[in-house]
Design a binder for this molecule. Structure first.
Ligand code: NOJ
Length: 545
């Protein structure tokens, strides 16, 4: 029996089995021709998202920002950056999306603001010890003249996490903390202004019809009293761009106990906005500690980074799936799954083992695996097309602060942020209008159009067509409605094979030989159709009675 689609009007716990599509706004669709994606572009592509069959979109930061870190340096949370549109366009998008049955999640960035934010500008003009400085983490420097950073903390983007300011009289002054770029000063969550301000920001967007929030650096925010040294060198971000988990054992700035109180306060918003959902970017090593963020009175879900980091290996993926289900069920939370985002190497490249075609085939199979699992799932824009990471780029066009701050030693994250190809031809493959005044903010490589939405829509075997079919089956087949998963022992160590409800089975072949489907199985969706077998690097959803 078919069950209804998650959509506005559906139950408040719509997020429990939602498929949420990540719109990286700068690179999704450019309507005004300035080479940067915008709100009008998203609005024009809503029919695509509706037909793809996603339940919600998560839009990366669209707020006023100097764009030092692609919008994660927010100058005003209550306004839209003119690059992307304005508030009216944002509310228009929310309404249009709802009319298409698509919910809207926005980013909230509570660990830091832009150095252009009025609070930080006021803090710079004020004296040490002032209430304006108390909203940030200003400290006197170490060493005889205060010339050294107050402690040994390092920025995630490289270099010390402290920058010294000049005081009003021109003298060298205090230092402020920034766990990311110097243009992203950390807020002090001990300051009541900060707490009140963020509750106000959440309400501001809820009043405009938003359905949820993705919380940036959700395991950050709170710092240990006294800001003690860490005592060991920060390892930096891994060169292959898979989000590095943070070591958290009594760490002075990750995963502090008090951060949970903040989310308990936020969760109380669901008294008045019962449909709201919070998803945390919790990048920590220990799964059991991640699960603490999704206890019943905290966030609804957290990104599953161990799943992102798992290699294309049946044993490794099996373990992550089991660990996820065990730890999340223990706190009564939904399981969620994700294969990509704007910070990590594209899945088609991670799984490629140097062979681009194999990478694309495996990426599609991995999506069938992910979408076949119980709970919610996130699709990063372009992963439904099997887009690869773009490594080759002229250094002069790269924009990621990781690249710039490492002096080019680390290529950074631009390679997974290339503008989407919508059409097979044209100067920008349909990303910008044909009369655009500027080139795409990151160049599209040769051959990009061959993977475009238009080309793949016309191909019944393309990753896009198969993903669309899978989302339709997932939405309409009763077997995907419940939360059960039971493993099938089919005698192979190279398969992932499990049953969901109503006779549905999922078989993923990570080995080198074809694997037969069980007797009597009727294929629902397959990443590659080869009759009654699942080829190497393939995945099938089947039904048997
Ligand atoms: C995580 C975001 O996903 C990333 O893009 C950003 O650079 C950092 N947080 C800092 O806000």
């Amino acid at each position: 029996m078919a069950h209804e689609r998650n959509a506005p009007g559906s139950p408040d716990d719509w997020w429990r089995r939602a498929v949420i599509y990540q719109v990286y706004i700068r690179s999704f669709a450019d309507a005004d021709g300035d080479g940067i994606g915008d709100i009008a572009g998203i609005r024009s592509r809503l029919p695509y998202l509706r037909d793809l069959g996603v339940d919600a979109i998560w839009i990366n930061p669209w707020y006023r920002s100097p764009m030092v870190d692609a919008g994660y340096d927010v100058a005003d949370f209550r306004d839209i950056d003119p690059l992307f549109g304005d508030l009216e366009a944002a509310t228009g998008l929310i309404d249009d999306a709802h009319a298409c049955g698509i919910r809207v999640i926005v980013d909230v960035v509570p660990n830091h603001v832009s150095d252009r934010h009025v609070w930080f500008q006021a803090a710079l003009r004020s004296s040490p010890g002032s209430p304006e400085r108390a909203r940030f983490i200003f400290r006197d420097g170490a060493g005889p003249n205060g010339d050294e950073p107050p402690n040994d903390w390092q920025s995630a983007f490289g270099g010390p996490a402290w920058t010294r300011v000049s005081e009003a009289d021109g003298s060298s002054g205090q230092w402020y903390l920034h766990l990311f770029a110097p243009q992203q000063p950390d807020l002090d969550w001990n300051c009541p202004d900060v707490d009140a301000e963020f509750l106000g920001i959440l309400e501001f967007w809820l009043a405009r019809g938003i359905d949820g929030f993705r919380i940036d650096v959700a395991h950050g925010l709170v710092k240990a009293d006294g800001l003690p040294d860490i005592g060991y060198a920060y390892l930096g971000v891994l060169p292959n761009r898979v989000a590095e988990p943070h070591h958290v054992e009594d760490h002075p700035h990750w995963d502090r106990e008090e951060v949970h109180d903040i989310y308990r306060r936020w969760r109380r918003l669901d008294d008045r906005y019962p449909h709201v959902t919070f998803v945390g970017e919790v990048v920590i090593e220990d799964f059991a500690r991640t699960a603490r963020y999704v206890r019943p009175d905290e966030l609804h879900s957290a990104f599953n980074f161990p799943f992102v980091r798992a290699p294309w290996d049946a044993g490794a993926l099996h373990d992550v799936i089991d660990d996820t289900i065990r730890e999340f069920s223990a706190v009564d939370a939904i399981t969620t799954w994700v294969l990509g985002n704007h910070d990590v190497t594209r899945v088609a490249t991670r799984y490629a083992d140097g062979d681009v075609e194999i990478g694309r085939v495996r990426a599609l199979a991995a999506h069938l695996l992910m979408l076949g699992l119980p709970g919610g799932a996130y699709i990063y824009q372009g992963d439904e097309l099997g887009l690869p990471e773009v490594w080759e780029m002229d250094p002069s066009v790269r924009q990621d602060p990781i690249f710039l701050r490492s002096g080019g030693a680390d290529v950074g994250r631009d390679g997974c942020r290339i503008p989407i190809p919508w059409t097979g031809g044209g100067a920008t493959c349909g990303f910008s209008p044909s009369d655009a005044t500027a080139a795409p903010w990151l160049p599209q490589p040769d051959g990009w159009g061959a993977m475009s939405v238009a080309t793949q829509t016309a191909d019944p075997h393309s990753p896009l067509t198969i993903t669309r079919e899978a989302l339709h089956v997932r939405r309409t087949h009763q077997g995907f409605a419940d939360t059960s998963l039971s493993w099938v022992d089919d005698g192979s160590v190279d398969t992932l094979h499990f049953r969901r409800g109503a006779g549905v089975g999922v078989l993923v072949n990570l080995g080198k030989d074809p694997v037969p489907l069980p007797d009597g199985a009727h294929v629902l969706v397959c990443s590659a159709s080869t009759g009654h077998t699942v080829p190497p690097n393939g995945a099938c959803w089947y039904e048997s009675v």
